[in-house]
Ligand binder design. Structure first.
Ligand SMILES: NC(=O)c1ccc[n+]([C@@H]2O[C@H](COP(=O)([O-])OP(=O)(O)OC[C@H]3O[C@@H](n4cnc5c(N)ncnc54)[C@H](O)[C@@H]3O)[C@@H](O)[C@H]2O)c1
Ligand SMILES: O=C(O)[C@H](O)COP(=O)(O)O
Length: 316
């Protein structure tokens, strides 16, 4: 008997998924696995897994003999051993197109929080006094150059929104192809973004980009520059970031994704007023969560009913 299991999911109401599976006549169960051993113990009978944070490693695959497919609730598949899955003929899929507006909006919100000094002045006004002088200098958006690194689905969306707000957009992506909607982007080298941008926003995968932003890069950036990361932890070297923010090598950082999540509440980065943190929530809105649940479930059902999947990560 065919069966799918959700290894773990923040949104415990799975009515959306259940409805889709019921229509296909396939049973679906929800577990809340945290460790590899939890997944191995709880998911023995599953042909398909839908996973949020659970790591689907070589050990997990070795111990789940029925497994034929894995769908990630999200864009990133860094928690799945793709190579091992491919060797074992296990189809891996993600949901690449579910919350692009939310992630772009989140980067815009972090950018505006710096441009308009919202977080700094919120803290100052509540703790100290009613005095805008503490915010000096604030610059007009049209006087700021925003460097977008990664011009894929989210990077382009962010660039369009930032352009509409009046920012000047420069961008870098070796695979970028201009279209009518994004003609305003001045494509430059990575080095030009690093040295010339007032704000740099990262929209690239972690794979292949580990520690792309490190001590050497921070020394080349403008001392007032702000770095935004709503992409993935690991792209920025966090020890080097701490030093750069503390020493005024760069102006600020707005960070949604870090190397170790959840982030250690005792992290010294939290002591810095020029570090703005959010807990990997750029993707989230109720609407995006519903879209994600629907698309992940539909993908699993397509596979289990021998239809062509829409979002294959590995080619089998
Ligand atoms: N914070 C969140 O909640 C959240 C939600 C969704 C996606 N993400 C992350 O956002 C990132 C972007 O997602 P996407 O859907 O736009 O991906 P995408 O695949 O559509 O675009 C990524 C782009 O980055 C480019 N790229 C790769 N390395 C580069 C480099 N060194 N320099 C310049 N360009 C480079 C690729 O050519 C590609 O065009 C991913 O890391 C994804 O995991 C985060
Ligand atoms: O669970 C998550 O972390 C969200 O779905 C976001 O994942 P993503 O960043 O890979 O889309």
């Amino acid at each position: 008997m065919m069966k799918a299991i959700i290894t773990d999911c923040d949104h415990e109401n799975i009515d959306i998924e259940i409805n889709i599976f019921q229509k296909a006549g396939i049973p679906l169960e929800l577990k809340q696995c945290r460790t590899e051993d939890d997944v191995i113990r709880e998911c023995q009978s599953a042909q398909a897994l839908i996973v949020q944070y659970a790591h689907i490693t070589k050990k997990v695959m070795e111990n789940l003999p029925e497994l034929k497919m894995i769908v990630r609730y999200g864009v990133g598949v860094d928690t799945v051993d793709i190579k091992e899955a491919t060797t074992r003929n296990i189809q891996v899929c993600n949901v690449p197109d579910y919350g692009m507006n939310e992630v772009a909006d989140h980067a815009i919100a972090l950018m505006m929080a710096f441009t308009r000094k919202i977080v700094l002045m919120n803290d100052f006004t509540k703790k100290s006094k009613w005095d805008y002088v503490r915010s000096i200098p604030v610059h007009r958006a049209s006087n700021q150059r925003v460097g977008v690194i990664g011009l894929g689905r989210i990077g382009r969306n962010f660039a369009i929104k930032a352009h509409a707000l009046g920012y000047n957009i420069i961008g870098f992506d070796p695979y970028y192809k201009e279209n009518d909607e994004t003609r305003f982007i001045k494509v430059v080298s990575l080095d030009e973004i690093i040295t010339e941008a007032d704000i740099i926003s990262l929209h690239i995968p972690a794979e292949g980009n580990k520690n792309l932003f490190n001590k050497d890069v921070f020394t080349k950036m403008k001392k007032t520059a702000v770095l935004l990361n709503v992409a993935r932890g690991g792209i920025i070297n966090e020890d080097d970031l701490y030093e750069a923010l503390k020493d005024g090598e760069i102006g600020g950082a707005g960070i949604d994704c870090v190397v170790t999540e959840p982030m250690n509440p005792g992290s010294r980065l939290f002591e810095l007023e020029n570090y703005i943190a959010t807990p990997h929530m750029a993707w989230y809105s109720e609407e995006a969560a519903q879209e994600l649940k629907r698309k992940a479930a539909e993908e699993a059902v397509r596979f289990l009913t021998n239809k062509k999947v829409h979002y294959p990560i590995n080619n089998l």
